[in-house]
Design a protein around this ligand. Structure first.
Ligand code: DGY
Length: 327
C-alpha cells in the first residue's frame, strides 16, 4: 500500500523529532520549495492524493482545496488560522489544527524587543553609529510607562509577565478573559477607550477575524495618547496601514514596532509603512526561534498522525467537523 503523503512548505529540516515521528508513522514527507506564489505548479502537481498539509501561512480556500481531493487534515505550523477557510474545510470534512502556546515565549520576546528598540532608539542609534555619528535622541524608562494589551491569550499572558518584570503598569482589554484572572496575573482589566487613553504603548495580541480587520483605524489611533507607540506581532490585517502612516507622519504616534504587515513581504502601502524612520519592522519572525519552531513542527506533526490514525487531534480548531465525520 502507498504511504500516506504529507505536504509541507515549512522549514522543518532541523526538527528531528518531527521528521522521526512522521517517518516512524510511515508517512512520506514531500517538501514544497518556499516559493512565492500559491498554489504554484509544484503544489498543483502534488495536492491530488495528498492526505495531510503541514501548512505554513498559505491561503487555503476552495480553489486550493479543490485540488486536494484526499486531504484529511490541515495542520497549521502556527497559531493563527486566518488564511484557512474553516467553513469550507468543515464542509469537506477536513480537520484544521494549530499549535497554541508553542511560540508564546518567542513572540512575547519579540514584542518586547520591538518596544525596547523604539523606546531606547536602538535602531536609530545603530544607524547613527554605523554612519560615524554618536548622537541619539533621549529615550524613556519602561518602568515609567503603561503598557496596554489588546487581547490576552497565551502570547498576551507572556507579554504581561515580561511587562511586570520591566516594572510597567499593565492594562488589558480582552472580553474573553475573566477579569479576576487578569488581576491574578498582575494586570488591570480595562475597556478599550480607557486603555487607549492611558497606555504609552499599545500591543496587539488578538487573532485576526472578519470582525476586527482594520481594528487599528484612524479612530483607534486618534484615541491613543500623543507620543505613544504601537506594537504589532499579531497580524498585519488588524491595522489600517494608511491611517497608521498618517499617525506616524504627523507625530501623533512616536513610533511603531511591526512584525507583520498587510502584505508580506511588504509591497505598496506596507512597504511605505515599514520604510518610515519611526518604524522598526521585522519580517514576521515572531515565532522564529529554534525551540519554538521545533515545538510547533512537532505539535503539527502529532496532529497529523492523530488524524490519520483515526484519533481526534488535541488542537482541533474546527470541532464541528467531527459531526461531519460522524465522530
Ligand atoms: C502564527 O503562529 O500564526 C505565526 O504567525 C507564524 O505563522
Amino acid at each position: 500500500m502507498a504511504k500516506p503523503r504529507v505536504f509541507t512548505s515549512c522549514e522543518i529540516d532541523f526538527a528531528h523529532a518531527t521528521l522521526q515521528l512522521l517517518e516512524r508513522s510511515g508517512y512520506e514527507l514531500i517538501y514544497r520549495d518556499p516559493l512565492p506564489g500559491w498554489p504554484d505548479a509544484q503544489t498543483r502537481a502534488n495536492l491530488p492524493g495528498m492526505q495531510a498539509l503541514l501548512a505554513g501561512s498559505e491561503r487555503l480556500a476552495a480553489d486550493t482545496l479543490d485540488l486536494a481531493d484526499s486531504l484529511r487534515i490541515i495542520a497549521r505550523n502556527g497559531v493563527g488560522y486566518d488564511k484557512v477557510d474553516l467553513e469550507e474545510c468543515t464542509r469537506r470534512g477536513i480537520m484544521v489544527t494549530n499549535t497554541p502556546g508553542a511560540m508564546a515565549d518567542a513572540v512575547a520576546d519579540l514584542a518586547f524587543a520591538l518596544l525596547l528598540a523604539l523606546v531606547r532608539q536602538i535602531s536609530v542609534g545603530d544607524r547613527f553609529i554605523k554612519a560615524g555619528g554618536y548622537e541619539v535622541a533621549m529615550g524613556e524608562d519602561l518602568s515609567a510607562m503603561t503598557l496596554g494589551l489588546v487581547g490576552c491569550g497565551r502570547i498576551g499572558a507572556e507579554v504581561v509577565r515580561r511587562a511586570l518584570g520591566f516594572k510597567m503598569r499593565v492594562l488589558v482589554c480582552d472580553p474573553w478573559v475573566d477579569p479576576a484572572r487578569l488581576k491574578e496575573m498582575g494586570a488591570t482589566p480595562s475597556g478599550l477607550d480607557e486603555l487607549l487613553a492611558q497606555a504609552d504603548a499599545v500591543t496587539l495580541h488578538t487573532p485576526l477575524t472578519h470582525e476586527n480587520r482594520d481594528l487599528v483605524n484612524a479612530r483607534f489611533l486618534g484615541a491613543m495618547k500623543r507620543g505613544s507607540y504601537l506594537i504589532n506581532t499579531a497580524r498585519g490585517g488588524l491595522v489600517d496601514e494608511p491611517a497608521l502612516i498618517a499617525a506616524l507622519r504627523s507625530g501623533h504616534l512616536a513610533g511603531a514596532g511591526l512584525d507583520c504587515q498587510v502584505s508580506e513581504p511588504p509591497k505598496g502601502v506596507s512597504l511605505e509603512l515599514v520604510q518610515l524612520e519611526n518604524v522598526v519592522a521585522t519580517p514576521h519572525s515572531g515565532s522564529k526561534t529554534l525551540a519554538a519552531r521545533k515545538r510547533m513542527a512537532l505539535m503539527a506533526a502529532q496532529s497529523i498522525v492523530d488524524c490519520l490514525e483515526g484519533r481526534v487531534p488535541e488542537h482541533l480548531v474546527n470541532k464541528e467537523v467531527l459531526k461531519r465525520l460522524g465522530k
